[in-house]
Each structure stands twice: as C-alpha cells, then as structure tokens.
Write a protein that binds this ligand. Structure first.
Ligand SMILES: C[S@@+](CC[C@H](N)C(=O)[O-])C[C@H]1O[C@@H](n2cnc3c(N)ncnc32)[C@H](O)[C@@H]1O
Length: 238
C-alpha cells in the first residue's frame, strides 16, 4: 500500500518512538478499510509512546484517550504537547487493560495496534473489560502480530535465534483468534483478515536502534517472516 499519512512523521520520530513493527503504517492500512468519522472519541489501547494516538488526532480528526501500561502518562503528555496537542485532544492515561478507568458506552471506537495479544487471549477479557466501554454500534479495530499457521508444536530454528518459545506464546493464527472472539456475546465479527506489507512494517522496526529491534534482527534476517503475519480484527458492538 502507498502510505500518505504514516509517512508524514519524521524518520527520527518513528525511530525513537515505535515499539514494534511500524504501528503508523498498520493503523493507516486498517483505517483505509474501516474508516472512523472525524470527531469520534477513540480509545487507543496499548498506545505505547503514542505514535498511533498522534496520528489518530492529527490525520483523522479524532479525540483520543491514549492508554498504556508500560509508558507513563506524563511521558506521553510531554510528547503530545510537543506534537501540538496540548489542548486535550489526546488524553494520556496510565492504566492496565483489565482495569480501565472509563464509563460504559463512552467510546465510539477502540483501536489497538500490536498490544491486544498481551491481554486479549483470555476468552473472557473482551466481554468483561473492553466491549462494555464501547457504544452500541461502535467499532473495535485490532491488529496483532500472528502466525500464518500455528506452529507452537514445532517452532522453526530461525525463530529460536532471537526468541525463546515463551516469547512467541502470544502469536496465533486467524483460526485461533476467531475462536477466542466467538466466546464473546454482543459482538459482530465483521472481518478477521491478514494484512499487507509484513516485510515493510517489520523492516521499519528492525532499522531502529531499539535494543528489542536489534535482538529481533537475527531471526528476521534468517527468514522468520515467512511464518508470520499481522492479523486485523474488525469488530462491532451490537
Ligand atoms: C509492543 S508494544 C506496542 C506499542 C504501540 N502500540 C506501538 O506499536 O508502538 C505493546 C504495548 O502494549 C501495552 N500493554 C501490554 N499489556 C498491557 C496491559 N495489560 N494493559 C495495558 N497496556 C498493555 C504495553 O504497555 C505496550 O506499550
């Protein structure tokens, strides 16, 4: 895909702030398929350093609650202010995904890029903790890194250069995710599909000097990408 929004960030901003395969490109791809209307209130869950949060506000005109566990609210607030969002259009929140400090039916949409696999594999999570926060008819747009086919029983040796088996525990295939989602009532599974540009999004990450990216290089250079994908899940609250 040709990216016109994700590529507006400076290279140094991307290099310093992404925490995995280029989340700005994954977001642009996702919203090209499932557009959100300007003015909507969106929960960016697992936003990390807020690259996607800034993009949601700047490029799509959304009001964003940028919520993360590992990155503190003050750190993100400083970044949002520097990006021109000191006016509250992006609200930084430090919270755990099972204890989100929001009212039920508060959000028009939830966006979750490269984060949901850390907590959403619990079959009860969605119905109990996240879906109630979305208005009826609202969207949940999720991207997780996954496997083209579940290979936990026989992990290829290329993958084990950079990662331990437990590092890959959260990677699953589309069938696995569909089965997890099917446990939640009040949810329309609009689409679960494999995204484009795996190599490009990974390469943007591997090119950074983040120590985790440096660690990931050997396995990816040995060809692990052929077993992997990005899985998009477009869900609607009934
Ligand atoms: C790989 S990083 C991706 C961050 C960002 N979306 C990006 O792509 O740059 C995963 C993010 O998920 C968040 N996360 C993991 N477990 C979480 C939880 N239980 N509650 C809230 N956020 C969580 C982490 O804080 C982290 O920032």
């Amino acid at each position: 895909m040709k990216y016109t929004k994700a590529t507006r960030f400076t290279q140094s901003f991307i290099d310093e702030n992404i925490m995995g395969p280029n989340p700005a490109k994954l977001l642009e791809q996702l919203l090209a398929a499932y557009p959100l209307e300007a003015g909507m209130r969106v929960l960016d869950l697992g936003c990390g350093r807020g690259v996607t949060s800034i993009m949601l506000a700047k490029e799509y005109g959304l009001t964003v609650f940028a919520t993360d566990l590992w990155i503190g609210a003050t750190e993100n607030w400083n970044r949002f202010r520097q990006a021109g969002f000191g006016d509250g259009r992006i609200v930084p929140i430090h919270a755990e995904a099972h204890d989100l400090p929001y009212a039920e039916e508060f959000f028009d949409a939830v966006v979750c890029i490269d984060s949901y696999h850390y907590y959403g594999l619990d079959r009860e999570y969605l119905g109990k903790h996240l879906l109630p926060l979305v208005k009826p008819g609202g969207w949940l747009l999720i991207v997780v890194p996954g496997f083209r086919r579940d290979i936990h029983d026989a992990l290829p040796e290329e993958m084990l250069i950079s990662w331990r088996a437990e590092d890959l525990d959260t990677f699953h295939d589309m069938a696995y995710w569909k089965e997890i989602l099917s446990a939640t009532s009040g949810l329309e599974i609009v689409s679960v599909y494999e995204m484009e540009d795996l190599d490009e999004c990974w390469q943007d990450w591997l090119n950074t000097e983040n120590p985790y990216a440096i660690n990931d290089r050997a396995s990816m250079e040995a060809g692990s990408g052929k077993y992997m994908n990005f899985i998009a899940m477009a869900l609607k609250r009934k």
